[in-house]
Design a protein around this ligand. Structure first.
Ligand SMILES: Cc1cc2nc3c(=O)[nH]c(=O)nc-3n(C[C@H](O)[C@H](O)[C@H](O)COP(=O)(O)OP(=O)(O)OC[C@H]3O[C@@H](n4cnc5c(N)ncnc54)[C@H](O)[C@@H]3O)c2cc1C
Length: 339
């Protein structure tokens, strides 16, 4: 199904991921980004939702700049083979130049299947997007272990597929609201070679993605027991403890507490990093944090380039001092800028 007539494809189609009719938060971020990109070319943004209980979906997308919204009501919740078939049909009808999909578990299963079906390019986990005048999507993401930021372009085939994780793009509120034309579609029959028998909801204890404040432990922490001190700081501030991948690899922190490219994307109000250097992979997961306090002994650490409160010093001196002041009710004297 290779499509090489690039001029015959236009607009951006956003996959409106939803579960039981609830739209996933990544969708608004994708729509805001799609609107910014489509605006550069004067093209339209479209949406497609697949699943059960879609009646409430248009209402949840109020305030979004959608020209058309396709709704495919199914009997089952996410089924990769069936959803792929539906999306293929939708893409054939819409003929969008670009398809944006959330970098969620569902999106990560769907996007590669579609890219293979259309024999076109997919860039997973983009950290930034742009578009050229001829409609080529510039998909930017770290590559080669984070040593380069690669700009990837699919020049000769359409559509161009990209996934973006939640929290990477801003869900801008300045989008012009449009009441989309709603197209309710018949669903092609499911292929019963694959059936989901049971869906079990897994509770993730102490999730970091919705925390307002995060204390983040990095390799600068010398012993596993020292994490207790950072846990105490997080508790005193009403936040949670997270970490860089370095401590997950050591087995000191669970994978669900890892921030970064291969961990979670977070955008808390406050973050205190302790002994984190600020590699490109770590920063890919926390770029939209509003206030960053970074504690590091190295004045040249990259984390200081984005920190709002750079504290150049030893975490083993600074963290106990913070705890002491918080316990003494002197939290407002907490941050002294040492750099
Ligand atoms: C494909 C790929 C995906 C990856 N995904 C991720 C990811 O999702 N998340 C992630 O974090 N990493 C990820 N990484 C790993 C990443 O490259 C780094 O190895 C990791 O981010 C380093 O973590 P760190 O900053 O804690 O450690 P380091 O880079 O070793 O930094 C430790 C810092 O602690 C400071 N320090 C030392 N002692 C003290 C002290 N006493 N007080 C204060 N500061 C001190 C040092 O100056 C140093 O800056 C990935 C790598 C690859 C190749």
């Amino acid at each position: 199904m290779r499509q090489t007539d690039t001029a015959a494809w236009s607009g951006i189609l956003v996959y409106i991921e939803c579960r039981q009719g609830n739209v996933h938060p990544v969708v608004r971020e994708l729509l805001a980004e799609a609107w910014r990109l489509a605006g550069k070319l004067g093209e339209d943004v479209y949406g497609v939702a697949v699943g059960r209980g879609l009646e409430a979906v248009p209402g949840q997308l109020a305030g979004c700049p959608l020209a058309k919204l396709w709704l495919y009501e199914t009997e089952d919740e996410y089924n990769p083979l069936h959803y792929e078939k539906i999306m293929e049909e939708c893409i054939e009808e819409v003929r969008p130049s670009v398809v944006l999909i959330g970098g969620t578990q569902e999106g990560r299963a769907l996007a590669p299947r579609l890219a293979v079906a259309f024999e076109s390019g997919l860039t997973a986990d983009c950290t930034s997007l742009d578009i050229e005048e001829d409609g080529c999507l510039v998909q930017i993401r770290p590559a080669f272990g984070g040593n380069v930021m690669a700009s990837i372009v699919t020049r000769h085939t359409r559509p161009q597929f990209a996934t973006v994780r939640q929290g990477i793009m801003e869900a801008s509120c300045g989008m012009p609201a449009k009441a989309p034309e709603i197209l309710r579609k018949c669903v092609p029959p499911a292929d019963d070679s694959f059936r989901i028998l049971e869906v079990e909801k897994k509770e993730v204890p102490g999730g970091i993605t919705d925390a307002k404040l995060l204390v983040v432990a990095g390799r600068g922490v010398k012993k596993k027991e020292d994490l207790e001190m950072l846990e105490e700081l997080a508790e005193l501030l009403g936040g949670r403890l997270a970490s860089s991948r370095a401590l997950v690899e050591k087995g000191w922190m669970p994978p669900q507490c890892q921030i970064g490219l291969s961990g979670s994307t977070v955008s808390p109000e406050y973050m205190i990093t302790c002994g984190v250097s600020g590699t490109v992979q770590f920063m890919a997961g926390m770029r939209h944090t509003k206030n960053i306090v970074a504690v590091n002994t190295d004045p040249d650490a990259r984390i200081f380039e984005i920190a709002h409160y750079p504290v150049c010093g030893d975490l083993y001196e600074i963290v106990p001092e913070m705890i002491k002041r918080l316990k003494a009710g002197k939290g407002d004297e907490l941050v002294e800028i040492h750099i």
